[in-house]
Each structure stands twice: as structure tokens, then as C-alpha cells.
Design a protein around this ligand. Structure first.
Ligand code: MRU
Length: 331
């Protein structure tokens, strides 16, 4: 990969500042837990696996500074509620700290999380590429790319693998209002890799499905419940619904760290509500009349029945997704 969303040297977390993409490519060097927590809250680093990796390094940074690890854990855990990879990574770091709380041991524990995520994403790419026909136009929503993971991405790992296999593919990246992860981030990383990408407005998805110009959709996930319901970026449920209405497959790609078997269904997944200003303003310029209310849920839940297949590094679930998850959970 020609870039890393998350990088680390002992005691220092480096984050590619995703709030400034696509115009400015700059890394922040963070040396304390509060700065890392704020960076996660403000979407400097975002995407479920990348948030988990950043938080893991956050615990290592806390150890280097001699901070109380339980306090650091609690602060990082409060940053974003929906992506379970955050809690999963912090649980792993807490366990590692009980065995050896030294900075060196926690550096290694966080690095293992990074490496395992990168390997999982590479495997997801291989397994998912089998679902991509030569000549396909692929719709994706939000950014489930290398910017959202250690390396490769999840949905975009599948795209990258199909491209590497010389399949002729074209990606439609919907804009993903209000934060524009599709327009700003997915388009940035695919264009940089020389993969054919076209940005479309969120509202144009039904139009292009109706014209038979989209063959399939593939997205990432922030949390997957035991029954296969999928929480992902707001708008994902609409994309899945439209794919179903037009008879097109809707695929989800996610590492096992995104699966939360403690949640029976999607109704139990906490949905982050973000600042309404993300909806009512763009770079400080008003988009709505002053005083008008806005609601800004960051995620929605797609029912398992609308998911054609779920690709994890352990294998594909097929349908029904919940049954496939149960089989893979023993793998
Ligand atoms: O609010 P974000 O940008 O963190 O939301 C990200 C998404 O919804 C991604 O699709 C998801 O985390 C999967 S990333 C591999």
C-alpha cells in the first residue's frame, strides 16, 4: 500500500488526517490519550477496524506515558459507540496488560492487532473476489477501504483483489452524505490505485440500478449481530433495499472482529447520533435556514435477509447469514 491510515512508532501514534482528504495529505503525530480520543471522535481516523487499531495503539501510548491504563481504556471506549472493533481491540489490550503492562509488551500487542487485521482484510479480498464477475460495475457506500482498516480494506479489498486478477471492473462510489466518505475517501484511494471509480450522488443509486448500470453492491460493516443484521454507515439500509428491489446482490465484507455474538439482533446495536451541524453546514457555510432542526444518525441496520452473502476471513456465510455465522463461529 502506498499509504497507511494508522501508523506507529513507540509512544507515538501517526494518523493520516482523513478530515483533510482529498485535498491535503498530512499525518498527525499523537502522544497522549486525550488527543487520540478526540481524533477518533472527530473522524481523523474512522472506519471500524481502523478505530480499533488506533485505540489499541492508544493504550500502548498510555503505557509509554505512565498513565493509568484503566482510565485510558475508559476514555477511548467512550469515543464512538457503534463499531464493535473498538471494544474488541480494547478488550484484547486489557487482557494483554494483565499479562504484561510494560510499554514494550503493549506495543507488541497493538502491533499484533494491526497485523491480524491486515491479514484478515487480505483474505477477505481473496474470498470476495470470487463473487465479482468480469466486467462488473460495483456500487459501494461510505469507505470500507485501506483508509478504514490496517491495510487493503474490506469491501475495497474485494475490489482490489478483483482488479489484481485483471477483471475489468468499474466502481460507483456514492457520496455518502453528510460526511462524504464515498466522494472524499473511497474515490481518493481507488483513483490513487488506478481503479476505475465514478462518484454518484446518494440519490442516484435507484436511477442507475433502474438503468441496469449496477451489477452488485458491496459494503463494510461496523457491527454484525448474531442473527446477521448489519450496522453500517447511514444509507446502507437504503442501498440494500434498492438492490433487493432491483434483483441485484448486496454483499457485506467484514473481519470477524466486527461480529458481535452478544447482540441477538440489530435492534440491540447502539446507533451513534452525531452533531446535526454535519448536516446543516458544510465547512462552516449554512446549508439550511438558521433554527431548522436536523437529525444525524451515523449508522443504520440492514436486516440479515437483505444480505446476499457476508464475507469474513473465516469464509463466506451464504444465506441465511445468521446460520452461516453460527457455523463460522466454531471455525
Ligand atoms: O463514520 P465512519 O466513517 O467511521 O463509518 C465507517 C463505516 O460505516 C464503514 O463502512 C465501516 O466502518 C466499515 S470499514 C471497513
Amino acid at each position: 500500500m502506498s499509504f497507511r491510515a494508522v501508523d506507529y512508532r513507540p509512544g507515538v501514534l501517526l494518523l493520516l488526517d482523513q478530515t483533510r482528504l482529498p485535498t491535503v495529505e498530512t499525518y498527525l503525530e499523537l502522544r497522549d490519550v486525550e488527543a487520540i480520543a478526540v481524533a477518533i471522535e472527530q473522524l481523523v481516523v474512522r472506519g471500524a477496524p481502523a478505530i480499533g487499531v488506533a485505540a489499541a495503539y492508544g493504550i500502548a501510548v498510555a503505557a509509554h506515558r505512565g498513565l493509568d491504563l484503566a482510565t485510558a481504556d475508559a476514555r477511548l471506549r467512550r469515543t464512538r459507540p457503534t463499531a464493535v472493533n473498538l471494544m474488541w481491540a480494547l478488550d484484547r489490550m486489557a487482557l494483554a496488560a494483565t499479562l504484561d503492562p510494560s510499554p514494550q509488551a503493549l506495543d507488541q500487542a497493538a502491533q499484533r492487532i494491526f497485523d491480524e487485521d491486515a491479514a484478515a482484510c487480505a483474505r477477505i479480498g481473496e474470498l470476495g473476489a470470487e463473487l465479482i464477475p468480469d466486467g462488473a460495475t460495483i456500487l459501494t457506500h461510505c469507505n470500507a477501504g485501506a483508509l478504514a482498516t490496517s491495510l487493503h480494506g474490506t469491501a475495497l479489498a474485494v475490489v482490489r483483489a478483483a482488479h489484481a486478477q485483471k477483471k475489468r471492473i468499474r466502481v460507483f462510489a456514492d457520496e455518502t452524505r453528510p460526511v462524504l466518505q464515498g466522494a472524499r475517501l473511497t474515490a481518493w484511494e481507488l483513483h490513487r490505485d488506478g481503479i476505475d471509480v465514478t462518484v454518484i450522488p446518494d440519490g442516484a443509486v435507484a436511477h442507475f440500478l433502474g438503468l441496469d448500470m449496477i451489477d452488485l453492491a458491496i459494503v463494510g460493516a461496523d457491527r454484525i449481530a448474531k442473527n446477521g443484521d448489519v450496522a453500517n454507515k447511514i444509507g446502507t439500509r437504503g442501498v440494500a433495499c434498492l438492490c433487493r428491489a432491483h434483483g441485484r446482490p448486496f454483499y457485506v465484507a467484514a473481519p470477524w472482529s466486527t461480529v458481535d455474538l452478544t447482540k441477538k439482533s440489530g435492534t440491540e446495536i447502539p446507533i451513534e447520533m452525531r452533531d446535526p451541524k454535519e448536516v446543516t453546514e458544510l465547512k462552516g457555510v449554512a446549508l439550511c435556514p438558521p433554527g431548522v432542526l436536523a437529525l444525524n444518525p451515523a449508522f443504520d441496520v440492514t436486516p440479515a435477509a437483505w444480505v446476499s452473502d457476508l464475507i469474513t476471513e473465516r469464509g463466506r456465510t451464504g444465506q441465511p447469514v445468521g446460520l452461516g455465522l453460527a457455523k463460522l463461529s466454531g471455525a
